[in-house]
Design a protein around this ligand. Structure first.
Ligand SMILES: [Zn+2]
Length: 103
């Protein structure tokens, strides 16, 4: 009899532990997602243009500009629709930003 209780103890503990771990892992994933953004904004290079990096459209002419950070470089787009184009050739647009910073 004693041994049955002995065995049930760890089993319950394991079940509780598994539940805790599952709950934790979900929270951890959420934290991991926010953390890189925070550390990236800490050393982010400011966007040097007042126009959309994709369309050269004046920022704010189509509403609030879309601001995001790509590999530590802040980028602004006249609209979120330009994000699609940016991701097609990010290097091409980053070159434009670098060129402005050098001039
Ligand atoms: Zn745009």
């Amino acid at each position: 009899m004693k041994s049955v209780f002995h065995a049930a103890g760890p089993m319950m503990l394991l079940a509780a532990l598994t539940l805790t771990l599952v709950g934790c892992s979900k929270e951890t994933t959420a934290e991991v997602k926010t953390e890189p953004v925070e550390s990236a904004t800490a050393e982010v290079k400011p966007y040097p243009l007042d126009t959309c990096v994709v369309e050269d459209e004046k920022l704010g002419s189509m509403g609030d500009p879309y601001v995001f950070v790509h590999e530590g470089q802040e980028l602004k787009l006249c609209c979120k629709g330009c994000l699609k184009d940016f991701h097609k050739e990010p290097a091409k647009y980053l070159v434009k930003v670098e060129a402005v910073k050098k001039s």
